[in-house]
Design a protein around this ligand. Structure first.
Ligand code: 8DG
Ligand code: MG
Ligand code: MG
Length: 150
């Protein structure tokens, strides 16, 4: 058997607007395709969590964020893909009225603004977002950090 791969660090970003809504995107082309996730990506060598959050958000949405802060973290093993992630969830705000752009169309189908309450109804029968599936690390956030709120 192949040696076990090392855990990697993912940084996921809640980008909030003045209404307290944040951006979610439909993933494309990599693991979790078709599911909804936050802007974010892999922590690079030497980077702080804050810098990674700013860089990934800018690369993926063209939004400049501020008040970037640590919120919580999860530990997730994707057995089938033999991937293990520590995910650092960061909070931030964007400029009033700013809108996300799809800068990586090969990785993202759409960006949308949702509230925390709406996010928790993704995939729930009978709800407005019934047909939407959450990226697994986000469902894990609900399980591993049940008291967490943005
Ligand atoms: P990069 O090459 O730009 O560095 O990476 P990426 O292509 O943008 O990576 P990604 O898959 O978007 O994010 C890296 C990992 O971070 C992802 O595979 C698992 C973890 N992660 C979570 N939750 C979230 C989330 O809500 N959004 C994103 N984008 N990543 C997340 O655990
Ligand atoms: Mg990225
Ligand atoms: Mg990404």
């Amino acid at each position: 058997m192949e040696p076990a791969p090392n855990p990697r660090v993912g940084v996921a970003v809640f980008v909030l607007n003045s209404e307290g809504k944040f951006i979610v995107g439909k993933r494309k082309g990599s693991h979790g395709a078709g599911t909804w996730a936050l802007p974010g990506g892999h922590l690079e060598y030497g980077e702080s969590w804050e810098t990674c959050a700013e860089r990934e958000t800018l690369e993926e949405t063209n939004l400049k964020i501020r008040d970037v802060r640590y919120l919580t973290a999860t530990n997730e093993v994707f057995e089938a893909e033999r991937k293990h992630y520590i995910t650092i969830f960061m909070g931030s705000v964007c400029e009033e009225g700013a809108q996300p752009e799809i800068l990586e169309p090969e990785k993202c189908e759409a960006w949308e603004w949702v509230s925390w309450e709406e996010l928790t109804t993704f995939g729930k029968a009978g709800g407005q977002f019934e047909s939407r599936e959450l990226f697994k690390p986000i469902s894990s956030l609900f399980v591993q950090r049940p008291d967490f709120r943005v």
